[in-house]
Ligand binder design. Sequence first.
Ligand SMILES: [Zn+2]
Length: 287
Amino acid sequence: MITEKENINQLPDEELELIGKFARKKLENDELYTFSLILCDNEIDRDNEKFTIQALNTLAKLFVGKTGIFDHNMKSKDQSARIYAAEVVTDSIRKTADGEDYTYIKAKAYMVRTEKNKDLIAEIDAGIKKETSVGCCVSDISCSICGRNIKTEGCEHQKGKTYGGKLCCYLLSEPTDAYEWSFVAVPAQKNAGVIKSFNPMHETEKLADMAREYQSELQSEILRCAAGVLPEMKSAALEEICGSLSIGMLREMRDAFRKSAQKNLPVVRQLDCGGADEESENSEYKI
Ligand SMILES: [Zn+2]
């Protein structure tokens, strides 16, 4: 989750210096865009697993210098940001489900401003919420009930079940590497955020596939609706425009088209913007 944006004109010298360690050339204040984000925390996640505080401390160091991408499908380097500082923060007022002080990695990331990432920066500025996911490796996974190592010893407890009033979860510690981090606008799960992975490339691919699939669904719906409300618009042109938009933007565009389709042309309703097949639609709009 993006927590705050920084004022670009007031980057202190020591931050510029930190950033300078990663950049090939010296960057000035006005070339840079920086923001803070929560990378991961010690909350029990939807897989009933959680990072230990020891793991968070190690991960905070491992993630410095790592590049993150937005929406997974944005391959261009204009759509990436690099972490230049990270620290572990404890919020003693908020507790995790298992009663620990809520602890998280707060990272600072920078992007070099370009024409191409203007929209993305505007999105971050506007506070459009995106979930962070991280890919990393841990060498120690243990049971929260009996403490045994899951990989080498195993035990009779099942994560997600309660034993004597205590929820069993797997504790992830001893991270060995941090691969990447990313912003995902797609996952609908309530607690989406942290993706830990013992086969990180695989998980990342799965997420990328999900994002691509969702993007293409949005795009087809936009094209279908546009055929009704903007018949003069060539679909190839619209397709190209869609290709350059982030998922958040696509969703906004889809909503706008949906609304116009329903409002201006009641006849379009019969087509069912969400589900009409190509053929019936084309014939409907032949003039
Ligand atoms: Zn156990």
